[in-house]
Write a protein that binds this ligand. Structure first.
Ligand code: ADP
Ligand code: MG
Ligand code: ZN
Length: 611
């Protein structure tokens, strides 16, 4: 299917995107012209495309060196879903499976093969490589090759020997998201990149909203943050395994679908917890920094750091796992003074690296302490947080970004007394009419004036509170209702999944008690920002269908379509297959698989609306 396409056609027909992102085209052109390349682009910037498209267009086979097993598996899964012949080789495969991949490589069945660095100097692979037409080697997460990076992996040094051992030197390209000037120089030197084309794309991730909070009680803060983000996917990073355990347990007790990940768990549990998260069976992952290196989940809408990490590099990489699909997302750090002493302790007591001599180790320790200082500076600065980060990575930036906690004084307390009165009185009226309590979904629908069948069947559109909050989004309303629950005005009956009034509610209803809620001024739901009314409802419907299709296919939801794609679909509301293909993120293969189901769903939705 790849034959005779050019790079634009590949981008559009295989991957379903209408245009290249900044930096992508230049790198791809360079590589296709036979040049080495060096892509420094932020997480989520689309580095994979920069090696995947050349790999498809160059003759022979291309290797992608990548550090983590889960990343390889995800990317190969996504490539196959887009119709590209790809495979990976790492320690998760059996001997027989690896031999099968080798045979297929020799038979020319793959255009792209992902390889773990440890495999490169095994005998079998070396012999194989001699017989393969390798035209291109892409090194992903290339900062792992530098001792000065925060994530040095000695196995990366094998790449150098491997390339040197090939009969013909292939095109070599390196990609990274987090590299200071020094690390960048290291990458170029060690990998011997020859006059590489280099991106000028910066580190900025405009869709991420950064903020630092200094809460008195982290648990309470966390609960509030989560109740304003119900149903969304997010990662909570903690500095210790013990903290992961306690936070995860707390969330589970509160009824949140949270799971955990740290190096102290059995391999099997780690894998299954990770899959639960990837497949949205559990939407919240509580983890140490052992989690995430290979994680390519595109719909992570928040990353909360329960503890401060030990460097800005680490922070930016972990926080950067939010919003990869370009949607608005939040990166929130909960700071406390003890975090600083803990991080100090961890640096002083970090394990010895056997590949390094004592002098080098001492230098690294000093660097780690300097990195920690920069991290603490971030937590305490009153200036623009994005600016602080970009400054650190040596990039020019405006004084204020207007989209971070320090720029817009995020997390303002807003008065929601009036809305609370409407919600509580709506709950009361429903009960008076039906004689029983109902769930949060139905309450929200009534307030939003929905023409949902259940609302009409029960004649709930007669209520005086019907449609009172019709200008608010579904997630707005859910957040407010959750907040009223958290504050004790409503009580959830988890067994029947209903909400009932508490005695306290009358304080608000009849005695003028004020209700305040912390919200982020700029970063409400993505769907809330760009979608409203019918579009937001359609988005929810499409999301449900996506979940169903993903489940049937046994893949994570975002492999079917990303949130960004669904948002665009809800906006464009395609009625024909041609229109469907105009949606961002819809390629030909996916159109052929999914257009029917989605178009039918959209039709049903539109008919339901007009009835
Ligand atoms: P990273 O640079 O972190 O490796 P990825 O390669 O994983 O980023 O890409 C992040 C997301 O951006 C993926 O979902 C990918 O499909 C999407 N993407 C890549 N290129 C484009 C493009 N030109 N237009 C729209 N989305 C893109
Ligand atoms: Mg990547
Ligand atoms: Zn800012």
């Amino acid at each position: 299917m790849v034959k005779n396409m050019d790079k634009i056609q590949l981008l559009q027909r295989i991957f379903g995107y209408s245009q290249f992102r900044p930096g992508q085209e230049m790198l791809i052109d360079g590589i296709l012209a036979g040049k080495d390349a060096f892509g420094i682009m932020p997480t989520g910037g689309g580095k994979s495309m920069c090696y995947q498209i050349p790999a498809l267009l160059l003759p022979g086979i291309s290797l992608v060196v990548s550090p983590l097993i889960s990343l390889m598996r995800d990317q190969v899964m996504a490539l196959k879903a887009a119709g590209v012949p790809a495979a990976y080789i790492n320690s998760s495969l059996s001997y027989a499976q690896i031999q099968a991949v080798y045979r297929n490589m020799l038979a020319g069945k793959y255009k792209i093969v992902y390889v773990a660095p440890e495999r490169l100097d095994t005998d079998g692979f070396g012999t194989l490589a001699e017989r393969l037409p390798i035209s291109f080697v892409a090194v992903d997460e290339a900062h792992c090759i530098s001792q000065w990076g925060q994530d040095f992996r000695p196995s990366y040094l094998r790449i150098v020997q491997f390339i040197a051992g090939l009969r013909r030197r292939p095109i070599v390209a390196a990609f990274t998201a987090t590299a200071t000037k020094q690390v960048q120089e290291d990458i170029k030197r060690i990998l011997d990149l020859r006059n590489p084309v280099q991106t000028v794309t910066g580190f900025d991730r405009p869709n991420l909203c950064f903020s630092v909070l200094h809460p008195e009680l982290k648990d309470r803060e966390l609960k509030q943050l989560l109740s304003a983000r119900n149903g969304k996917s997010g990662i909570i990073y903690c500095s210790t395994r013990k903290k992961v355990e306690s936070v995860c347990q707390m969330l589970n007790e509160l009824g949140y679908p949270a799971t955990r990940y740290h190096a102290g768990l059995e391999e099997q549990e780690r894998t299954s917890n990770q899959e639960d998260f990837l497949f949205d069976r559990k939407t919240i992952m509580v983890a140490t920094n052992a989690f995430g290196m290979g994680i390519d989940k595109s719909n992570v809408s928040f990353v909360i750091h329960y503890n401060m990490p030990k460097s800005l590099e680490a922070y930016y990489q972990e926080a950067g796992r939010a919003g990869r699909d370009g949607s608005q997302a939040d990166c929130i750090l909960l700071f406390s003074g003890t975090d600083v002493s803990t991080a100090h302790f961890l640096i002083q007591n970090s394990g010895e690296n056997e590949d390094l001599d004592p002098v080098q180790q001492e230098i690294i320790r000093k660097q780690d302490l300097a990195r920690l200082d920069a991290m603490v500076g971030y937590c305490k600065t009153k200036t623009c947080l994005r600016g602080y980060i970009l400054e650190y990575f040596g990039q020019k930036h405006p004084q204020m970004c207007g989209n971070c906690g320090n720029c817009n004084g995020n997390f303002q307390e807003v008065d929601i007394t009036q809305q609370s009165q409407m919600i509580l009185s709506c709950v009361k009226r429903i009960y008076d009419k039906l004689g029983h309590w109902v769930g949060i979904d139905l309450i929200a629908k009534i307030l939003r004036g929905s023409r949902d069948k259940r609302v009409l069947d029960l004649h709930l559109d007669d209520l005086s509170t019907y449609g009172l909050l019709k200008n608010r989004t579904r997630s707005d309303l859910h957040a407010m209702i959750d907040h009223l629950e958290a504050e004790g005005y409503l009580q959830a009956d988890r067994e029947h999944q209903t909400m009932q009034l508490t005695a306290l509610a009358s304080e608000v209803l009849y005695r003028g008690k004020k209700v305040a809620m912390k919200i982020e001024s700029e970063t409400e739901d993505t769907s809330a920002i760009s979608l409203a009314g019918q579009e937001a409802e359609l988005f929810d419907v499409l999301k449900e269908l996506r979940g169903k299709l993903a489940k049937e296919a046994g893949v994570p939801a975002y492999v079917v379509f990303s949130n960004a794609t669904l948002t665009d679909m809800a906006k464009k509301c395609p009625r024909t297959r041609w229109e469907f293909k105009q949606v961002s993120g819809v390629g030909e293969l996916k159109a052929s698989w999914y257009s029917q189901a989605f178009l039918e769903q959209i039709n049903r939705f539109l008919e339901g609306e007009t009835e």
